[in-house]
Design a protein around this ligand. Structure first.
Ligand code: GTP
Length: 952
């Protein structure tokens, strides 16, 4: 809502702008002219001022109606309790002492009046319903609720002043109980006698907050001599002054832990401030008084202390010239008044249900922006919660949750998908709405996208190869899959040509990597299980991944050419995992194939198409800008970034501007899986794209944008988000060194490893050895993946998802992998000696075992004399020959080289007549071994203690 301008308000109230301005001024609000805008609370104040006027006009005498001017009540506030209510703004505050402001106002009978309590104070008792309302009245004025803040003082300061006022509260209260209390004590000093203690405490809500404490103390204890002192001065003219000092001085002392009292959304938080005041308050007063000003502010600040309250909380000096505050400053204070404080700073609070959404890797600055707070204040709050962070440092979700809980916000760290959506929305791109709006008229069938998964060596690559009818596998070193990208094939099903797109990176790793980035690429998973082997750990892992993603599975029972193949066994095994073959009444298609002999490959393709047709409705609109996912990418020396993208909807054309992850550019050229240049690529078509400025990651989504500028801006935002996320993650994942700690915190109990080696023998040997490490039942070691060859992006992605550590034996990371691991916070350890790897893992595992203790000798002492005492038993007069004797240490007695008593305790130890805790080598001492009395001259006392033994 727009802020009203003064002349608009004047019009609304049926007065002239000039009148409105002067009224506002008398209310402590300074506006430049008729066209100045005013904050809603100020507008409200003005309205209520005139409302009051109107009322008074109607009932001349009762001007001070309860409702109208809450202010007066404050008086009642005399009771400390009253004041405390956070809610209540300021009645008391309002109370400008008679002396102070009144003047002006009184001059202008009208509006000001009601607001400014001063009048109230002055008014005859009758007017104010006084006493009763203390608490109530405030509320009543509900309407002014908002104003409360302002009201008190008319302006933000008021609040603070209020405080002081509280102290001074006096005005109204002068007479009141509180007031008198104090007075009586200090005696005369304050002219304003009245205001001293009484009023303060209860004066008004603000008081509670700001000066609360100070108020209370004084009120009650009015007693404090100091109180008196300052007041006198205070008494002087400005109410504020008095208040000021306290707050300021106070801040540091106790301010900090407000939390307890904090109530989201309430000013209660002030407590802290209050605390300060108390501290500071006292201080100042004492010292201050000296000066006539009475404002001796602890901080020494010259008398501008007035509104110190809140400001003090920020550690700033008081305002300069109270009347000279800029609008901005006043607005800020107004905001602050609404904000409770934590750790001595004022931060806007939520009500416990306020949702704040943050990107993963967001910083305090991001959070501050969302709640309209000062980032520096959040740093302070975080410190009070025991966490250190800079304003721009990325924080993990836990930290935000902690902070959110403290401040009354429900933190939602947005998922990658949400993040994408929000990012696009900021560019007016709403992919969901776009998709939702597409009807049958534009949607066309698209080929299914298939990922082949399965256990190591069950024939995934060979199968993909068979399907494509190329002999890729023969070119591979050591049988390790090196394919990257995707390809599309055509097959005839029921007389129709149907296409199927295969992701050419077998294994659930790639699948998982894509999902980790929020990309749903796969429509159908082909689970390859070797008929001669059976369901293996990764078979289960793969099917779990697919099921978790809700992707239908087609089972390819491979290697049926082998004599030992037992396809039925596979069917039986998989049934246990919820994959029931159609022939058994389930809905999963099983196809027996031989990748090596190209047996039943067509049947498998049929099954894929049928499953797609039966379980999925795969359609997309080809007639729009392309949207899809980057499948793989690499940097080519000659061609720059080469990215394989899978178009999911729309059509990609050469020349389109695209953004893929944090990379962007114009499509310079496109090639299909056979290296043929293509001009366009429609839904489900994978193509290699040249023209991006950098390399996207597998799973990064891409979109074509009408303008290249948009693509660039989206890329830049993603880059910034990546940087932040990277910083946040860096601190998160598991390392061998931190494993121990993570276990201790109950965060994990399994050490996941990925082992990569140069030769399969080494990998197997390492895995075997690692699995043989005996660490008991408390923790487990799980090798979630192993393979021969360089550490790849897939390895890192898998480690990211499963929180694993990568062990590289005689291998190094592939291109860009180190960077990725670093970004994802995945630890990679490299070894060339197998035992070093075993040692490290063993140490990490053992670190979390219960500590073992060993006996460590502390020292020996020779008994030179035995003192017999009927009360204490025998005491050994001994001479420490080595180390130390320590009271309560364990001991044994050695006589002539043999141990004559074990498990004794040094129950008493003395140096001459004094008890000693320790006696060092070269000194004499008296040693009592409790009830053990069989000691003789010449015996040796050996002491020892149990210490935790470092694991080996
Ligand atoms: N007899 C027989 N052997 C096969 C068949 N399919 C694959 N193989 C062999 O099984 C071994 C593993 O095949 P791959 O295709 O490399 O298995 P993979 O699952 O891709 O293995 P990774 O890439 O290491 O996970 C190779 O020696 C293949 O020749 C088949 O249908 N019959």
């Amino acid at each position: 809502m727009a802020k009203p301008r003064v002349h608009e308000l004047a019009k609304e109230l049926g007065i002239t702008s000039k009148e409105a301005i002067s009224t506002l001024q008398s209310l402590g609000e300074f506006v430049r002219g008729a066209s100045s805008t005013v904050e809603p609370p100020v507008a409200k104040k003005l309205r209520s001022a005139f409302a009051g006027k109107a009322e008074r006009a109607a009932e001349p005498k009762s001007a001070p109606k309860p409702g109208t001017k809450p202010a007066p009540k404050p008086a009642t506030g005399a009771r400390p309790g009253a004041g405390t209510k956070a809610g209540a703004p300021a009645p008391g505050a309002a109370a400008p002492k008679p002396g102070d402001k009144p003047a002006p106002r009184s001059a202008e009978p009208t509006a000001e009046r009601r607001a400014p309590q001063p009048p109230a104070a002055e008014r005859p008792a009758q007017d104010r319903p006084a006493p009763e309302r203390p608490g109530t009245s405030r509320p009543a004025p509900g309407g002014r609720a908002p104003s409360p803040g302002p009201r008190p003082g008319n302006n933000p300061f008021a609040a603070q002043q209020g405080m002081s006022r509280g102290g001074s509260a006096p005005r109204p209260g002068a007479p009141r109980p509180g007031g008198s209390g104090p007075r009586s004590q200090d005696g005369a000093p304050r002219p304003g006698g009245p205001r001293p203690g009484g009023p303060r405490p209860g004066n008004n809500p603000f008081a509670a907050q700001q000066g609360m404490r100070s108020g209370r103390p004084q009120g009650q204890g009015g007693p404090r001599p100091q109180g008196g002192a300052p007041r006198p001065g205070a008494a002087g003219p400005r109410p504020q002054g008095q208040g000021g000092p306290r707050p300021q001085g106070g801040p540091r002392p106790g301010g900090p832990r407000p939390s307890p009292n904090m109530m989201p959304g309430h000013t209660t938080g002030v407590a802290p401030i209050g605390s300060r005041p108390s501290g500071g308050g006292g201080g100042p007063r004492r010292g201050g008084p000296g000066g006539g000003g009475g404002f001796s502010r602890p901080g020494g600040g010259p008398g501008r202390g007035g509104r110190g309250g809140t400001q003090g909380a920020f550690g700033r000096g008081g305002a300069r010239g109270k009347q000279r505050k800029s609008k901005r400053a006043k607005r800020q204070e107004l905001e602050q008044m609404k904000a409770p404080t934590v750790g001595g700073v004022s931060v806007p609070h939520g009500d416990g249900t306020t949702v704040v959404r943050l990107r993963r890797g967001a910083s305090l600055t991001d959070f501050a922006e969302k709640i309209n707070a000062n980032p520096a204040s959040l740093v302070t709050v975080l410190i009070t919660l025991g966490e250190m962070a800079t304003q721009t440092q990325s924080l993990d979700e836990e930290t935000f949750q902690l902070l959110g809980a403290e401040l009354g916000y429900r933190i939602q760290v947005v998922s990658p998908e949400d993040e994408e959506r929000e990012l696009f929305e900021s560019f007016d791109i709403d992919l969901e709405a776009e998709a939702a709006a597409e009807g049958d008229d534009v949607l066309e069938a698209r080929p299914p996208v298939v990922t082949v998964m399965g256990h190591v060596d069950h024939g995934k690559t060979r199968l993909l190869d068979a399907i494509r009818n190329t002999k890729v596998i023969e070119g591979e070193a050591g049988g390790i899959t090196q394919h990257i990208g995707a390809y599309q094939i055509e097959t005839e099903v029921d007389g129709q040509d149907r296409q199927i797109t295969f992701i050419d990176t077998p294994g659930h790793e790639a699948f998982t990597a894509m999902r980790a980035r929020g990309a749903q690429v796969t429509d159908i998973a082909v689970l390859v299980v070797a008929a001669d082997d059976g369901v293996m750990p990764q078979t289960v892992e793969a099917l779990n991944h697919a099921q978790a993603a809700g992707v239908p599975i087609v089972v390819a029972v491979n290697k049926i050419d082998k004599p030992e193949a037992n396809p039925d066994k596979i069917r039986g095994q998989l049934t246990e995992y919820g994959l029931v073959p159609e022939e058994y009444g389930g809905d999963t298609m099983f196809v027996d194939v031989s990748a090596r002999q190209n047996l039943n490959i067509d049947d498998l393709l049929d099954a894929i198409v049928l499953t797609a047709d039966g379980a999925l409705e795969l359609r997309a609109n080809p007639a729009k800008d392309a949207r899809g996912v980057a499948i793989e990418a690499n940097l080519d020396k000659g061609r720059g970034a080469v990215s394989t993208v899978l178009v999911q909807s729309g059509t990609l054309h050469v020349g389109d501007a695209i953004v893929a992850g944090a990379a962007y550019g114009r499509v310079r050229a496109m090639f299909d899986e056979n290296g043929q240049a293509v001009e366009t690529a429609g839904p489900s078509r994978p193509v290699q794209v040249l023209g991006l400025d950098s390399v996207p990651r597998a799973g990064d989504t891409f979109i074509a944008t009408p303008e290249e500028r948009t693509a660039r801006q989206i890329a830049e935002k993603r880059q910034a988000a990546d940087r932040n996320a990277q910083l946040a993650k860096r601190r998160k994942r598991i390392t061998l060194e931190s494993f121990d700690e993570a276990v201790a915190q109950g965060k994990i109990d399994t050490l996941n490893l990925i082992i990569k080696g140069d030769v399969s023998g080494a990998v197997e040997a390492l895995e075997d050895s690692l699995l043989k490490i005996d660490v008991g039942d408390e923790v487990q070691l799980r090798v979630i993946h192993r393979g021969v060859g360089a550490i790849t992006q897939n390895d890192v992605n898998l480690a990211t998802v499963d929180n694993a550590i990568i062990i590289g034996f005689n291998v190094r990371p592939a291109e860009r992998v180190t960077e990725l691991a670093d970004r994802e916070g995945v630890e990679m350890k490299f070894y060339s000696v197998i035992y070093n790897a075993i040692d490290d893992v063993e140490n990490a595992l053992k670190g979390m075992l219960k500590p073992e203790y060993e006996e460590v000798s502390l020292g020996t002492a020779e008994i030179r004399e035995v003192f017999r005492s009927s009360k204490w038993g025998n005491i050994a007069g001994a001479y420490v020959t080595k180390g130390i004797m320590r009271r309560n240490a364990k001991a044994r007695l050695v006589r002539d080289g043999s141990v004559v008593a074990e498990n004794l305790t040094i129950e008493s130890l003395r140096r001459f007549k004094d008890d000693a805790t320790e006696v060092r080598e070269g000194y004499e001492c008296g040693v009592g071994l409790g009830s053990f009395n069989d000691i003789r001259e010449g015996d040796v006392i050996e002491t020892w203690e149990m210490r935790e033994k470092p694991r080996t």
